[in-house]
Write a protein of this length. Structure first.
Length: 150
């Protein structure tokens, strides 16, 4: 048996720009389907929002996302609640996304792109356990850990 795990991100109206941004960083194919594509009348506020979205790249990167329906009434959580103090990562977030590559140059390029508009938690650079490591919270409130295999 073979299985694959893919992060599925839940947004409140930002799924399309988030997926477009992640495609610009990691490459690959972008697939989006709106609530309207599934038959929601165009005059309803969620019709143009994403009900299924995915970025899938040949390099192994894959992420899925959708927009929580506005009727759900869910409040957005605080972005940027992760910080580093005294060598520890302190957070209230339930998950991080981790990207590991083989070279500093390869991962450094992803870091540079992903950090556009981000809050840097730990600057990308050498670490005791890896040739390079860094943490950031991107402009959509998702916290990423990038590192290079040791």
């Amino acid at each position: 048996m073979s299985i694959a795990t893919t992060a599925h991100l839940n947004f409140r109206g930002d799924a399309r720009p988030a997926l477009e941004f992640y495609r610009s960083v990691f490459g690959g194919r972008l697939t989006t389907v709106t609530y309207g594509d599934f038959g929601m009348p165009a005059e309803l506020p969620d019709a143009s929002r994403i009900v299924f979205g995915e970025v899938s790249a040949d390099n192994g990167f894959r992420i899925m996302a959708y927009d929580i329906p506005s009727q759900a009434g869910a409040e957005a959580g605080p972005a940027g609640t992760t910080r580093r103090e005294h060598g520890m990562t302190l957070t209230r977030e339930p998950f991080f996304l981790s990207v590991r590559g083989e070279t500093v140059a390869e991962v450094g390029d992803l870091w540079k792109k992903l950090s556009d508009g981000a809050v840097v938690v730990e600057e990308f650079g050498p670490a005791q356990w890896a040739p390079a490591f860094g943490i950031l919270t991107d402009r959509f409130g998702i916290t990423w850990i990038l590192d290079v295999a040791g």
